[in-house]
Each structure stands twice: as structure tokens, then as C-alpha cells.
Write a protein that binds this ligand. Structure first.
Ligand code: NAG
Ligand code: NAG
Ligand code: NAG
Ligand code: NAG
Ligand code: NAG
Ligand code: NAG
Ligand code: NAG
Ligand code: NAG
Ligand code: NAG
Ligand code: CU
Length: 588
């Protein structure tokens, strides 16, 4: 195959290239492999930040093993729930699941949970090279440590539009010491107990909590042990002069982060699996659910090490800087950099974060232009509310709750009683809603109703931010769409202007992403094609916000979805279905 890439005659080169592309295309299909993984998911005592906690591991580790595949491969993951007393579901974040909507891993939306002791098989095609993630999508389980990376390589003979010597990956996270159960209980209590700021920031599963701050008792008992090797800092060893592609992802529960490698610039080349027109930053702002590739060259004084740091932005930080070591070979990996680590940019300065969002454009030569007009515009105003005295987040005054029966099953089987059939509102009275004022619309409604989209139409979504119930507070919310990439048409400050802002949309080279921030007191405009039959969640990727109702669900072309695998149905349902099949009253 490789010889075909070097046409002998330049006059014929064009035709040969086309021929080569065709043959390679066929070869690729023929070469597509099955990548089989077994995931054993269980609780284990770990010390990610030196403090002992029950952590959900995959095959003994957190972050879990990286799934490595090539474009066009089929990934098969047999997930065994060994959590003992807890349900489970795993979402493959950024994988569009075309033709396999039941493998999206969103409990309550596309499947029933995997029960303790069960093994569930996820099977899907990775149809595009790039950097993706996986993580738990049941309750607030992701926060307990079930997350990892998916790296999809280009087909043989195709290369990236940028050069590098080595490929490295890290996932950033924030870390709590309370269990997800304590947090969930606090969030759904009167009085409300907020989860608070994280205890530490992890760089690829490693952080450092100050054990001394707990007094001596816990150290003596070994519950907080600063010499535990599990919490020694993450080290990235580099060879002087070499260029690295660093895939950086964030799966924080709460925090927006600034990521830096001391003294080194970062050139952004990929975002959520899409090529970016390269631009250079000193610090990369990254929100939960996003992935980036940055290029970094080890071109500084090689006689020392440098800090890798993460810092909280957008919320007033109460968490120490996350630390790793950028280790120039042959310095000792544990050699402390001679400088003090940065505490990051001012947490409350939105301008550079908005500027970075605006700087992310699709790379020339890799632009998928969006349809120039849309068929439907949905405005999502996010507000904080109270419902019967409980704190919630709402979208257009509706706080999302999951139904008992997953939507995909309910819709395919015509179970009209499974969820509220009244569609939620397409907008809000944005002219009259005071986005800069403390939210006073107490008593929103809770609902599990969904947005039904006409199949294969162009949908615009305007995310509108507002003040929460706390004075002078508007948070950054990273919104993640399942089943799709969307075009990012624009960002703005203040209230979206229906008459003028659409004229400023970037229709020439918008980046496509699956996760995007809506900045404080700002708006973000997205466009996507409802061309993937299934039921797809669209929600804030902050774990506690989603838990408190900050999300919606889209249905599109569900009638085109093939027969559902019985594995996505609950044991009880399976049993009753089996009984009915025996009785001849329902198809399997
Ligand atoms: C969690 O831990 C903190 C101590 O760091 C505590 O103040 C908070 O109330 C706890 N509870 C919940 C439900 O988050
Ligand atoms: C750790 O906590 C102790 C006790 O509160 C304090 O004296 C010390 O300065 C802290 N260390 C760091 C690195 O913050
Ligand atoms: C702390 O961890 C070190 C290294 O694993 C171990 O040798 C030591 O016994 C631990 N200390 C306590 C109090 O458990
Ligand atoms: C980083 O980029 C800035 C702005 O382009 C430039 O001034 C600076 O010299 C660069 N630093 C390094 C270490 O390359
Ligand atoms: C950030 O907060 C500080 C006080 O903590 C204030 O002095 C500063 O003006 C604020 N900056 C912005 C951009 O709001
Ligand atoms: C909100 O609900 C609470 C409790 O259900 C009720 O007491 C209160 O009057 C309601 N407030 C408004 C503004 O409807
Ligand atoms: C609540 O908001 C409405 C506008 O939506 C406004 O008319 C009213 O004065 C506000 N009430 C309070 C107590 O702020
Ligand atoms: C939100 O819903 C509640 C309860 O149905 C209602 O009282 C309130 O007026 C609604 N607020 C807005 C801004 O539509
Ligand atoms: C969606 O519509 C476009 C243009 O109208 C068409 O090319 C495409 O095949 C359609 N896709 C599906 C999945 O029906
Ligand atoms: Cu949010």
C-alpha cells in the first residue's frame, strides 16, 4: 500500500492519488480491527492525593487503562460490575455512536444500569481519529475515580497536519474526600449542603493533600500518608530538543482549570477530536469534558526540571495548585524545580477565557462548513432555583430528572407512561429575564420531558447564562452533547441579542466540539444536524450541576434505530420480557 503513495509520474499523479485513496479506503475497511477490552470495575482503597479514599478502579487503576484504537476499528468493552452494592454505566465521551445508540452508556437515557455482578458489553465503532474519554455515567460515580482516555489513531499512511516526536496523554481532575453518597445526600437535603471546593487537584490521578493539616491522628493511623508512592507527583520526562504532542483532558467534578508548563508555550492543535488552526498560549484553560492536543518543545535550559501546574479559575479557589514535574532527561525525575509554582491567572478574570474560546477555529483544509441557516432555534436559559425548598439548576425553568425506564427503551417500545410527554419550552422570555440579578424565580418545575427533534434538520442552541441565587455570581458551565459534534458559532457577553448576534456568527471556520463552556453572564451559540438516530443527553458536565437538574435530552429519528439489544434492559425487565415472549405477547 505504501508504494502507492509515491506516484512515478507527476502527470498521472492526480489519478493515481485517487486510485490510491480508493484502494486504501477498501484496505482500511478490510483492516478494521476489533479492539477487545475487559474492564473489571471495583472499589479499592487508594491514596490519590495521599489521603485514603475508596476509589472506583478499572483493572486496579484510576485513571483506568487507555483505550487505543485506529480509525474505523470496532471497540468492544466487556464491563464487569464488581462494585458489590452499586449500579454502573460507562459513557464513551466524544464517540458519536452512529448506529449503536444503545452503547452510549448513559444510564436512564440509553440503558438500564449494569447491576452488581453483571457483565455488560459495549460495542461501537471509533469512526474518527482523535482524543476522547470514558467515564462513569451513573449518579455521581465519575467523581469516585472511574475515568480514562480513548486515543484513536489515523489510518495507516495518513498523517496528522502537524509534526511531533512523541505522543503523551494526561487527564486532569479535582478530588474530594467525602464520598459521592455524602455529596449526593448533601445536595438533596434541606438544609442544602454544598459539596464545597475540592481538596486537591490531580494530574493523571496524582495530587498532594497536606496531611499535616489534619493533625497527627490520621497520619499515625496511616489514613493520610505523604510518603505513599501513589501520591508522588506525575512526572513527564522529556528529551531536550524534542517536540511532544500532549493530549490534555479534563474530567473535573466542579473546577474550570488553567494548565501550564512553566517556561514553555503550548500550541493548540486539536480540540475534542477536531483539528484546530494552531495558536499558542502560555496557559490553557480547560473545562470538564474537553480534550485538547497541544504541542510543546523541550527547548529550555535542560539542566533543571519545570513545574506542570493546574489551578482553579472561575470559582474563588480554595484548593492548592495541582503539581507535576516536566522532567528534562537526564535530571532526576524527583528533582524539585528551583522556582515556586505559579498560582495561575486571576480566577475572576473572564476576558482571557473568553478570548481563548474565540481563538479556537477549525484548521484550514479540515473545515466542515455548517449549514448557513437553521430549522429550529432553542434557547436554554440556565438558572438556579428552588423546588419545594430544595436547590436545583434549571433550563428554561425546568429542572431535569431521569425517568425509571431509559428513554431509548420507552420510545422504541412506545411506553408513553414512562416519561412526561409534554415537551419542555423552546425558549424563555429573554427580553424580560434579568440575567444580572440574583435569581428570584423560586419554584421551577422538575420534569423528565424531552426535546423531540425533526430528523436530519439543523438545530441551533443558544446557551444563556445568568446570575445564580448568590449575589454577583455567574458560573462557567461546560455543556456536553452526546451523539454529536456541534459547530461553535459564537460566544458573547450579556444577554443574547436575537436580531444582531446571529449576524456575527462564524460560519466560515467554526470549530466542531462536543463540549463547550458558557462563560459567566454570557451566551454561547451552537449548531448541529439531528442526523444520528437515538436519544442523546445534553448537559452541564459539572457533576453536581447535572445531579441538580442542569441538562436536557434530545430525541431524533428514534424510529430509525434498529432492534435494541436486550442487554440494555434491566434484569427484571428482561425476566418479564422473557415471560411475555413465552406467553407470546411481546417481541424480544
Ligand atoms: C464534606 O466534607 C466537608 C469537609 O471538608 C464538610 O464541610 C462538608 O459539609 C461535607 N459534607 C458534604 C455533604 O459535602
Ligand atoms: C500543611 O499544614 C500545616 C498544618 O496546618 C501547616 O503548618 C503547613 O504550612 C502546611 N503545609 C503546606 C505546604 O501548606
Ligand atoms: C506510609 O507509606 C509508606 C510507603 O508506602 C509506608 O512504608 C508506611 O508504613 C506508611 N505509613 C503508615 C503510618 O501507614
Ligand atoms: C512564548 O510565546 C510568546 C508570545 O508569542 C513569546 O514572546 C515567547 O518568547 C515564547 N516563549 C517561549 C519559551 O517560546
Ligand atoms: C478580582 O477580584 C479582586 C479581589 O479579589 C478584584 O480586586 C479584581 O478587580 C477582580 N478582577 C476582576 C477582573 O473582576
Ligand atoms: C414555592 O413553594 C413553596 C413550597 O412549596 C411555597 O411555600 C411558596 O409559596 C412557593 N412560592 C412561590 C413564589 O410560588
Ligand atoms: C423578581 O424578578 C422579577 C422579574 O422577573 C421582578 O419583577 C421582581 O421585582 C423580582 N423580585 C425580587 C424580590 O427581586
Ligand atoms: C417557573 O415555574 C414556576 C412554577 O411553575 C412559576 O411559578 C414561575 O413563574 C416560572 N418562572 C418563569 C420565569 O417562567
Ligand atoms: C440529511 O440530509 C442531507 C441533505 O439534505 C443528506 O445529504 C443526508 O444524506 C441526510 N442524512 C441522513 C442520515 O438522512
Ligand atoms: Cu454547570
Amino acid at each position: 500500500m505504501v508504494e502507492l503513495h509515491q506516484p512515478k509520474s507527476s502527470t498521472k499523479s492526480f489519478l493515481i492519488r485517487i486510485l490510491a485513496a480508493v484502494i486504501l479506503g477498501i484496505a482500511r475497511t478490510a483492516d478494521a480491527r476489533i479492539r477487545h477490552y475487559n474492564f473489571d470495575v471495583r472499589y479499592e482503597f487508594k491514596f490519590p492525593d495521599c489521603y485514603q479514599k475508596l476509589v472506583i478502579t478499572v483493572n486496579g487503576v484510576s485513571p483506568g487503562p487507555t483505550i487505543v484504537a485506529q480509525q474505523g476499528d470496532t471497540v468492544v468493552v466487556d464491563v464487569t460490575n464488581d462494585l458489590g452494592t452499586e449500579n454502573l454505566a460507562i459513557h464513551w465521551h466524544g464517540i458519536r455512536q452512529r448506529g449503536t445508540p444503545w452503547s452510549d452508556g448513559t444510564e436512564g437515557v440509553t440503558q438500564c444500569p449494569i447491576l452488581p455482578g453483571e457483565t455488560f458489553t459495549y460495542k461501537f465503532v471509533v469512526d474518527r481519529a482523535g482524543t476522547y474519554l470514558y467515564h462513569a455515567h451513573y449518579g455521581m460515580q465519575r467523581e469516585a475515580g472511574l475515568y480514562g482516555m480513548i486515543r484513536v489513531a489515523l489510518p495507516d499512511g495518513v498523517s496528522e497536519p502537524f509534526a511531533y516526536d512523541y505522543d503523551r496523554s494526561i487527564i486532569l481532575n479535582d478530588w474530594y474526600h467525602n464520598s459521592t453518597y455524602e455529596q449526593a445526600a448533601g445536595l438533596s437535603s434541606i438544609p442544602f449542603v454544598w459539596v464545597g471546593e475540592p481538596k486537591s487537584l490531580l494530574i493523571h490521578g496524582r495530587g498532594r493533600f497536606n496531611c499535616s493539616s489534619l493533625g497527627t491522628t490520621s497520619s499515625v493511623a496511616g489514613l493520610c500518608n505523604s510518603t505513599n508512592p501513589e501520591c508522588s507527583p506525575y512526572v513527564m520526562t522529556v528529551v531536550p530538543g524534542k517536540k511532544y504532542r500532549l493530549r490534555v483532558a479534563s474530567l473535573t467534578a466542579l473546577s474550570a482549570l488553567s494548565f501550564e508548563i512553566e517556561g514553555h508555550n503550548l500550541t493548540v492543535v486539536e480540540a475534542d477530536g477536531n483539528y484546530v488552526e494552531p495558536f499558542t498560549v502560555k496557559n490553557l484553560f480547560i473545562y470538564s469534558g474537553e480534550t485538547y492536543s497541544v504541542l510543546v518543545t523541550a527547548n529550555q535550559d535542560p539542566s533543571r526540571n519545570y513545574w506542570i501546574t493546574t489551578n482553579v479559575v472561575s470559582r474563588k479557589p480554595a484548593t492548592p495548585t495541582g503539581l507535576g514535574v516536566f522532567n528534562y532527561y537526564p535530571n532526576h525525575p524527583r528533582r524539585r524545580p528551583p522556582t515556586d509554582p505559579t498560582s495561575g491567572p486571576p480566577w475572576n478574570d473572564t476576558a482571557p477565557r473568553l478570548a481563548q474560546s474565540l481563538a479556537i477555529k477549525a484548521k484550514q483544509g479540515y473545515i466542515h462548513t455548517p449549514p448557513l441557516t437553521s430549522d429550529r432555534v432553542i434557547v436554554f436559559l440556565n438558572t438556579q432555583n428552588k423546588i419545594n425548598g430544595y436547590f436545583h439548576w434549571s433550563v428554561n425553568n425546568v429542572s431535569f430528572t431521569l425517568p425509571q425506564t431509559p428513554y431509548l427503551i420507552a420510545l422504541k417500545k412506545g411506553l408513553l407512561n414512562a416519561f412526561n410527554q409534554t415537551p419542555p419550552p423552546d425558549g424563555y422570555d429573554f427580553l424580560n429575564y434579568p440575567i444580572f440579578k440574583v435569581a428570584n424565580n423560586t419554584n421551577a418545575t422538575s420534569s423528565n420531558s424531552i426535546y423531540k427533534l425533526k430528523f436530519n434538520t439543523t438545530i441551533d442552541v443558544i446557551l444563556q447564562n445568568a446570575n445564580s441565587m448568590t449575589p454577583d455570581t455567574s458560573e462557567t458551565h461546560p455543556w456536553h452533547l452526546h451523539g454529536h459534534d456541534f459547530w461553535v458559532l459564537g460566544y458573547g457577553q450579556g444577554k443574547f441579542d436575537f436580531n444582531n448576534d446571529p449576524k456575527k456568527y462564524n460560519l466560515a471556520n467554526p470549530i466542531m466540539k462536543n463540549t463547550v463552556p458558557v462563560h459567566p453572564y454570557g451566551w454561547t451559540a451552537l449548531r448541529f444536524q439531528s442526523d444520528n438516530p437515538g436519544v442523546w443527553s445534553f448537559h452541564c458536565h459539572i457533576e453536581s450541576h447535572f445531579y441538580m437538574g442542569m441538562g436536557v435530552v434530545f430525541e431524533e429519528g428514534v424510529e430509525k434505530v434498529g432492534e435494541l439489544p436486550s442487554s440494555i434492559m434491566a434484569k427484571a425487565q428482561k425476566a418479564s420480557t422473557a415471560r411475555e415472549v413465552i406467553g407470546g405477547s411481546r417481541e424480544g
